[in-house]
Design a protein around this ligand. Structure first.
Ligand SMILES: O=C(CO)[C@@H](O)[C@H](O)[C@H](O)[C@H](O)COP(=O)(O)O
Ligand SMILES: [Zn+2]
Length: 197
């Protein structure tokens, strides 16, 4: 098989997924950025989590908050719950893998904080436990998902935002999640830069 055709197919599918996402997700992207902005305004923070590629996305987001995105501005409060291997391995070992994020939220989550929960299937039980615990702490949730939304969609409450990418391929969903994250970072920067002191 001509491998160049596969490259062309990957690009075409990625572009088509992003185009469809643009048509469906503009309002929820704006709502997600508002949740992040409002949390920062009330001295809250953003916790983020996900597995595999989505763990990378959780860290990508927190680094853009803590350091910066494209504009010069103060560092913003965010913690990726995916990075501390001592904490992750001890929770998984002493309790269960399902609790690796929830246990950290019990310790760190405060009313007014926001959880960025990332799962392409919506069926990762550790991410879903994190959502339940975030709600117990009085936090709102931004859910980045895909496919049919999985069990994650049934956990969301009023005030949460679901950004479900209209695709079935994990890779296409992940590529679009990163675009959504960059949109949110940019919108938050715009909101911060135009806020009246
Ligand atoms: O990056 C990829 C596949 O592109 C994988 O590492 C993928 O993230 C892992 O299989 C995850 O465990 C999938 O979890 P989820 O997106 O269904 O929550
Ligand atoms: Zn991947």
């Amino acid at each position: 098989m001509n491998l160049q055709i596969r490259i062309q197919q990957h690009f075409a599918a990625s572009i088509a997924t992003k185009q469809k996402a643009l048509e469906l997700l503009q309002e929820p992207i704006l709502a997600a950025a508002r949740l992040v902005f409002e949390a920062i305004q009330r001295d809250g923070k953003i916790l983020s989590c996900g597995n595999g590629g989505s763990a990378g996305d959780a860290q990508h987001f927190s680094s853009e908050m803590l350091n910066r995105f494209e504009q010069e501005r103060r560092g913003l409060p965010a913690i990726a719950l995916t990075t501390d291997t001592s904490t992750l391995t001890s929770i998984a070992n002493d309790y269960s893998y399902e609790r690796i994020f929830a246990r950290q939220i019990e310790a760190l989550g405060r009313k007014g904080d926001v959880l960025l929960a990332i799962s392409t299937s919506g069926n990762s039980s550790n991410v879903n436990r994190a959502i339940e615990t975030a709600h117990d702490c009085g936090m709102q949730v931004i859910a980045l998902s895909g496919k049919a939304g999985g069990s994650m969609k049934d956990l969301l409450q009023n005030g949460d935002v679901e950004l479900r990418v209209p695709a079935d391929s994990t890779a296409r969903i992940q590529e679009t999640h990163l675009l959504l994250i960059h949109c949110i970072c940019d919108l938050v920067d715009q909101m911060l830069l135009t806020e009246t002191p």
